[in-house]
Design a binder for this molecule. Structure first.
Ligand code: SF4
Length: 826
């Protein structure tokens, strides 16, 4: 069968790595044969690249994408070093191009299961330019007389250790807090977790994963007993229906979207159901595939999802026998969703009742349903309850653990999964249950420390609480690694006050002097991706080894080396007086983690650096019995819910109240999944006369996080140099705002002044990208001091996952003046 695509004739080969960057030509393709190509279009515009259509059940063809610095060809490259991209949670396999000791480009790995050679604009243009940026941190800094000044490592670390020891003596371990990232490597998270939990004994550890993926983890624990993605990206090849809930995949995981577009472009395409208040590309594809776009009022996801479950029950679209055998709670769920017939959903959510019926019918009549969920759920009202409601749909239909029937509770950041596995986010390593004494005992034996050293008297402290403790000085030392809370956390003015105050000693380790580092007492220069070795795991449990390609600049050190230096300087020991941390290298740290993970859902015991070097990504668990990894979890319908095994005992999803061990044992799920229904409640901050619109934040395709890397890419910064807000045509007309005009957007907490884009968002909603802080490399921003979306957001979080809400703040918009240009490319 012939399909049309864009390809180089000479690229039809089984060895795509032989190719160099070439011109972009067209020819007829060859059906299911694997095709490789290297395109030279501007991928900030042609974001997803040319299509490689494939049919249901077929394999995704190869398409190798490559980018090298200006003027270079593949012949100029000294070596290609294997890695995977760390600019979103997709984890695309890649090789780093090295020339004269510098990272000069990147290409996708044709044989990688995640991307089959493809890379998106962030991976292509944002992976390497930051590494040689002139403003890299190359020496430690300490604050003297109010200013940060360069110093040496001994002085910087000495200052940290002096504060640390004094605080431990005066106030004990609760005086210490650690706030880390979704971008370190597994070995670094595990080392940090052991230092915090077994060395110091503090429960105050979390990562910026709290802002992006905490709800994914929470929903998986609530429904299935433990964190861990049930499905696989390969489910795209097998599904006939895709439900995307609050997931703007075309902008957040561009290569995964290319995979789905390729299914849509092939024979027998899947139908899409999109739930999103904006008219995204997902919404357009939903309509084009005969599916539905539902645009609920911001803050009403749960009511809509309850309505879909209502229709499954109403029309007999549930798999009763499977539900009976493999789940608990169906009667309670049926009772809860009975209150959400389509007309009631239409009233609450502002969608058409018939669209709810149509969407439910598509889901109910599907043979293989794949669902994906992201920040439109996780950062919005009733986050965990809504994410669990998506899991409920799969459980009701018995569609889990088989090809095409995946639930992808996506991650935002590239290594968020490892933070959750290793316990640097406060959970116990290996998805162990802090409330289960035998789990704590296992770790105490592994680490050779007293059980009572390991904090387990209460749930771990979440990030929002850590910052509250730092605000009062109860936490007197806050150590922030590889993240930029001064831009990314809600209610920015408050975060700046906390970081800049005298009540808490702040340590920051990062690549650059970020908005957060500027406020620190000590700044440590860190090595980045490609400058160190380590493993990380993407959103579908695929583990990659990222090898060191070049040396870090100046005195910068890997995060692992920094943590080890602190442990050494503090003299952290086990209960026999031996060193607490018995490893020095990334590979030794990996071996230590393997021992910690053995027997748990995220079992890495069958993996090794050698094994990772000979494969291109393996999905955990990888064990002696499953040496090639595990594509899907729960294929036998047995879940991780046994009381002795589960990661936690669950919560009341409305209030966040915990289920006790006794209650869980009495319920005896014993391997059955849990169906949990929750009633909709109105969002906390409803529009009012003063603030009549709803402010919602999100991402744009050209940037990652707070632009620490992507803002230093000429192509990506050029494509989206400044912040904007997006208004509906109706609201813009009422306010007299035209495309490109400058507007002021205010909430009760702060204001921004940015250009407006008009259209593609539902009336009543105002969308802003969260990436932009005060740092402005090119001076493109007219007023970089007032463009940070989190000036407007509020300090409030989900009762279960503790993830802050970034999607539901009331706001008002005022036109300031005409703009001299459009607000830029979307
Ligand atoms: S999809 Fe994500 S992991 Fe893949 S190249 Fe793009 S940013 Fe990197």
């Amino acid at each position: 069968m012939l399909t049309r695509s864009s390809v180089l004739t000479s690229c039809l080969t089984s060895d795509p790595r032989a190719f160099v960057a070439l011109a972009h030509v067209s020819r007829q393709d060859v059906g299911s044969r694997e095709v490789s190509r290297t395109v030279t279009t501007d991928r900030t515009v042609d974001v997803h690249g040319p299509r490689t259509p494939h049919s249901r059940g077929g394999s995704w063809p190869v398409r190798v994408d490559q980018h090298l610095d200006d003027g270079l060809t593949a012949d100029d490259v000294d070596r290609w070093v294997p890695s995977a991209c760390v600019l979103c949670s997709n984890g695309c396999g890649c090789d780093i191009a090295v020339k004269d000791g510098r990272m000069v480009g990147i290409r996708g790995r044709a044989d990688d299961r995640v991307n089959r050679g493809r890379l998106g604009p962030k991976g292509l243009y944002g992976s390497t330019p930051w590494s040689t940026a002139g403003d890299r941190l190359t020496r430690p800094l300490v604050r003297e007389d109010g200013r940060l000044v360069e110093t040496d490592w001994d002085t910087a670390m000495g200052r940290i250790v002096e504060h640390s020891k004094a605080l431990l003596e005066d106030k004990g371990p609760l005086s210490h807090g650690f706030y880390t990232s979704g971008q370190l490597f597994l070995e670094e998270y595990y080392t940090l977790a052991v230092i915090g939990k077994a060395g110091l004994g503090t429960p105050h550890m979390d990562g910026n994963t709290r802002l992006c993926t905490a709800t994914a983890a929470a929903s998986l624990k609530e429904s299935f007993g433990a964190d861990g993605q049930p499905g696989s990206y390969a489910d795209i090849e097998h599904c006939d229906t895709v439900l995307l809930v609050g997931h703007n995949m075309p902008e957040t995981q561009t290569v995964l979207w290319a995979r789905l577009l390729d299914r849509i472009a092939g024979p027998d395409p899947p139908r899409l159901v999109c739930i999103d208040p904006r008219r995204t590309q997902v919404a357009e594809q939903a309509e084009q595939t005969g599916g539905v776009h539902l645009a609920p009022t911001v803050g009403t996801n749960l009511a809509l999802l309850n309505g879909l479950a209502h229709e499954l029950f109403e029309h007999g679209w549930t798999d009763e026998a499977w539900v009976e055998r493999h789940t608990l709670g169906v009667d309670d769920l049926r009772g809860t969703v009975a209150a959400y017939p389509p007309e009631e959903v239409a009233r609450i959510c502002g969608v058409a009742a018939d669209d709810v019926r149509r969407a439910a019918r598509i889901l109910g009549e599907s043979e293989a349903l794949l669902s994906t969920v992201l920040q439109g759920v996780y950062q919005s009202h009733q986050a965990t309850a809504a994410a669990v409601a998506v899991n409920n749909l799969h459980l009701l239909r018995g569609m889990i653990g088989r090809p095409g029937c995946g639930v992808l509770q996506m991650n935002g950041q590239p290594t968020a999964q490892n933070n959750r596995e290793c316990g640097a986010d406060g959970d116990l390593p290996g998805f162990r249950n802090w409330d289960n004494p035998s789990h704590v005992r296992e770790l105490a034996e592994l680490w050779n420390v007293d059980e009572m050293t390991i904090p387990h008297w209460a749930p771990p402290t979440h990030a929002m609480q850590i910052f509250s403790y730092a605000e009062t000085g109860s936490i007197g030392l806050l150590w922030i690694s590889a993240t930029n809370p001064a831009v990314s956390m809600p209610e920015s003015a408050r975060i700046r006050r906390i970081l800049g105050g005298d009540q808490c000693f702040v340590v920051v380790q990062d690549l650059f002097l970020t908005e957060t580092a500027e406020l620190a007492d000590v700044v440590l220069p860190a090595a980045g991706w490609g400058e160190k070795t380590g493993c990380f795991t993407n959103a579908d449990r695929t583990v990659h080894l990222s090898e060191q390609a070049v040396d870090p600049p100046g005195q910068a050190r890997s995060d692992l080396d920094i943590f080890l230096a602190y442990a050494d300087a503090m003299g952290l020991t086990d209960q026999d007086g031996g060193p607490l941390i018995g490893w020095r290298t990334p590979e030794e740290a990996f071996a230590a983690w393997q021992a910690a993970s053995r027997g748990r859902p995220c079992d890495y015991s069958g993996l090794s650096y050698a094994r990772l070097r000979e494969t291109n990504g393996l999905q955990w668990p990888v064990t002696e019995e499953h040496p090639d990894g595990t594509e899907r979890l729960y294929t036998d319908g047995v879940f991780s819910t046994h009381s002795d095994y589960c990661e936690n005992y669950g919560h009341d999803l409305l209030t966040g109240g915990t289920v006790t061990a006794q209650e869980h044992r009495a319920m005896a799920p014993a391997g059955r999944a849990l169906l949990k229904g929750t009633a909709h409640t109105p969002p906390h901050e409803a529009p009012s006369e003063d603030y009549p619109l709803l402010f919602t934040t999100g991402r744009t395709v050209h940037h990652f996080h707070t632009r620490t890397k992507t803002g230093r890419s000429r192509q990506l910064d050029g494509a989206a140099p400044d912040a904007w807000v997006q208004l509906s045509t109706t609201d813009a007309h009422a306010l007299g705002v035209r495309e490109g005009d400058w507007v002021r957007v205010e909430s009760p907490r702060g204001a921004i002044e940015v250009r407006a884009r008009v259209g593609a968002v539902m009336p009543g909603a105002v969308f802003a990208p969260f990436h932009y802080g005060r740092w402005d490399p090119t001076g493109a921003a007219e007023d970089a001091d007032s463009r940070q979306a989190n000036e407007l957001t509020m300090t409030i979080w989900d009762p279960v996952s503790k993830q802050p809400y970034f999607k539901t703040a009331a706001c008002r918009v005022t036109r300031l003046r005409a703009g001299d240009q459009t607000a830029g490319r979307p």
